[in-house]
Design a protein around this ligand. Structure first.
Ligand SMILES: [Zn+2]
Length: 118
């Protein structure tokens, strides 16, 4: 192997090392992006989990208070009360004109609803 060939090989290696070094830099940049993203997702995941737990607690609390309610038997319940109040406030609760004002007239269809539920 002549001196010239050795010199060429060393030059090639230098070039390759330079390219590898560049690639290494790129990868390092990507890795730091990924670590940042990973951290961001971990925080987001933590927050969402927290949020979900709060919601689940709120719901189970609601269910618990509903379950331990004093009223036994088949009381028509909240939905019925809301509709009755709506009717008293002067709105239709019947299928035909639900939500529109009654104009102080009794509506037989609305009253029919009361008859059915009583
Ligand atoms: Zn009506």
């Amino acid at each position: 192997m002549g001196n010239r060939e050795i010199f060429d090989q060393v030059s090639d290696m230098e070039k390759q090392i330079g390219e590898l070094y560049e690639q290494l830099g790129d990868l390092k940049g990507k890795l730091s992006d990924l670590l940042e993203e990973n951290h961001r997702l971990a925080v987001e995941n933590h927050n969402l989990r927290h949020h979900l737990e709060d919601h689940t607690e709120a719901i189970s609390e609601k269910t618990a208070t509903k379950g331990s309610g004093s009223s036994k038997g088949n009381h028509p319940g909240e939905g019925y009360d809301n509709l009755a109040r709506l009717y008293e406030e002067g709105f239709h609760i019947c299928n035909l004109e639900f939500g529109s004002p009654r104009r102080n007239e009794d509506c037989i269809f609305c009253l029919d609803f009361f008859d059915k539920t009583k």
